[in-house]
Ligand binder design. Structure first.
Ligand code: AMP
Length: 482
């Protein structure tokens, strides 16, 4: 395989230059408090998990009102709208599409209003989902056979329809009976007009945590959202757990046996570094990944620099372990929103320079170790190496703080087909040639496990080793074909 052949497949993404990520969810039960505003701030700190659409649903004891729009949290909600949203319970969602296309009908929270099948007629219900189901086709088929009509293309609607059509004396009972039929990744926040629920799939693929502000309860995808609203982190919602929060307090039900398989990419890329997941500081894990990378793949160089932002703590770790000084070689423009850049030829040509500007004075004449958190389709690395060389770098040694990404994720990361993943199609030597770097090394699978430090077998790394935690439906398996 020649270098030019590789570049033919390493095209920028259809609508963006990065793989897409999962979503952020938030929920609060706090009578007498401004639950809408708390949810707004919670979503603000989860914005990194999804920038396509945002929504808040508020229950006031009788009804549920929802605000949903395409765009960033700061663009979707106005002060006047928030001012007007009163209630005792609220849930929120920020979305990047995984299944379901990029349209308002797929925005969340999803609602059922005036549902004749509800436990009490007309009682509203709402749901926000992070993750991706792997048995959606079979569920949708059986729901349609029983008369369900789908309004969106999202797997989250399958969940809400399933709950709606499951019998039970209360929402709690219906949810508890519906959840065991779902397979795949789901971290859910749900609400009726006067109760909050939160549930996590038996594998605990996506994070979900419980926090407390005095007597009030909050749930969020990541603990950074709890910090923002002044809540303390109480604990993780356990894999296979369903929580119910209402005026009587909080109750927990294990609806399934837990088989923990937390997504490794939450530590590598998704989560904010100031979050704590399952007792582990994301920042500290990233520093450890950098240290491990330095141990496995040393380099003879003058400066260690990150590709900002996610690789910054990894570069810190590499520098500490290797003794090579840390330096910043790129400034990232943080105001380039995904929402307003259209995938024009201009963007394809200039994409990397719109995002990163080199600090020439830092780079001139230097032998660099450049730390990147991951290589997925190979879109970033080649123009980046060229940019650094143009800015005067003498040598560029690429070090990737995760193992080669070879299998599509079916559980919440939209990284595309196997044929689009550079490490699935090419040898490491071919990838090195393609990037134009002087050397290229990846962290080992064992090194990843050591740096994350979770008990053996409790992490999902299907994108790296192809071992999915559960059977995956046929349509999704096709993505795994070359
Ligand atoms: P690529 O340029 O296609 O090789 O993708 C790797 C780059 O995308 C790295 O800079 C990562 O920080 C970033 N990245 C890794 N995983 C994801 C993801 N799931 N969503 C968005 N960006 C990602």
């Amino acid at each position: 395989m020649t270098v030019s052949n590789i570049s033919a497949f390493a095209q920028p993404y259809e609508t963006d230059d990065r793989p897409r990520e999962a979503c952020g969810v938030f929920g609060i039960f706090a009578p007498g408090e401004d639950v809408a505003r708390a949810t707004y701030f919670g979503l603000y700190s989860l914005q990194h998990r999804g920038q396509e659409s945002a929504g808040i649903a508020v229950g006031d004891g009788k009804a549920i009102r929802v605000l949903r729009e395409m765009g960033l949290v700061s663009q979707v909600f106005s002060e006047a709208q928030l001012e007007d949203l009163h209630g005792i319970v609220a849930i929120g969602h920020c979305r990047y599409s995984t299944t379901g296309s990029s349209q308002l009908c797929n925005a969340q929270p999803m609602v059922i209003v005036d549902d004749p099948g509800a436990p009490q007629e007309g009682e509203p219900f709402t749901l926000a989902h992070n993750g991706n189901l792997v048995n959606v086709a079979e569920l949708q088929e059986s729901l349609e056979a029983s008369g369900a009509k789908f309004m969106s293309t999202s797997d989250s609607e399958v969940i809400i329809q399933l709950i709606k059509r499951t019998s039970g004396r209360s929402w709690h009972e219906r949810i508890a009976r519906a959840l065991p039929r779902l397979s795949g990744a789901f971290s859910l926040v749900l609400a009726s007009a006067n109760e909050l629920f939160a549930a996590r799939d038996p594998w605990g693929i996506r994070p979900l945590c419980l926090g407390r502000i005095g007597e009030r309860w909050v749930v969020a995808s990541e603990s950074c959202a709890l910090d923002t609203v002044g809540a303390t982190l109480e604990r993780e919602i356990a894999p296979g757990e369903l929580i119910r929060i209402n005026e009587d307090g909080i109750t927990s039900l294990m609806y399934a046996e837990p088989v923990p398989k937390l997504c490794s990419f939450e530590f590598i890329y998704f989560a904010r570094p100031d979050s704590v997941i399952d007792g582990l500081s994301v920042h500290s894990v990233r520093v450890a990944l950098g240290r491990q990378l330095a141990t496995e793949h040393p380099a003879d160089a003058d400066m260690v620099m990150p590709v900002p932002d996610s690789a910054i703590p990894m570069a810190v770790g590499y520098a500490r372990q290797s003794g090579i000084p840390y330096g910043d070689g790129l400034v990232k423009n943080r105001y380039i929103g995904r929402t307003f850049i259209s995938p024009t030829q201009f963007q394809r040509d200039r994409g990397i320079q719109l995002k990163f500007n080199p600090l020439t004075a830092e780079l001139e004449g230097k032998r660099l170790v450049v730390i990147e958190d991951s290589l997925v389709r190979g879109t970033t690395s080649r123009p980046l190496v060229a940019l650094l060389r143009k800015a005067g770098a003498r040598e560029v040694h690429l070090r990737i703080a995760s193992p080669p990404y070879r299998h599509p994720c079916h559980l919440g990361m939209d990284t595309g087909r196997r044929s689009e993943l550079i490490a699935a199609q090419h040898t490491l030597d071919e990838i090195l040639q393609f990037t134009g770097a002087d050397s290229l090394k990846f962290l080992s699978l064992e090194g990843l496990a050591t740096a994350i430090g979770r008990p053996a077998g409790t992490s999902c790394r299907a994108c790296l080793d192809g071992k999915y935690p559960m059977p995956v439906q046929e349509e999704l398996q096709e993505l795994s074909v070359d």
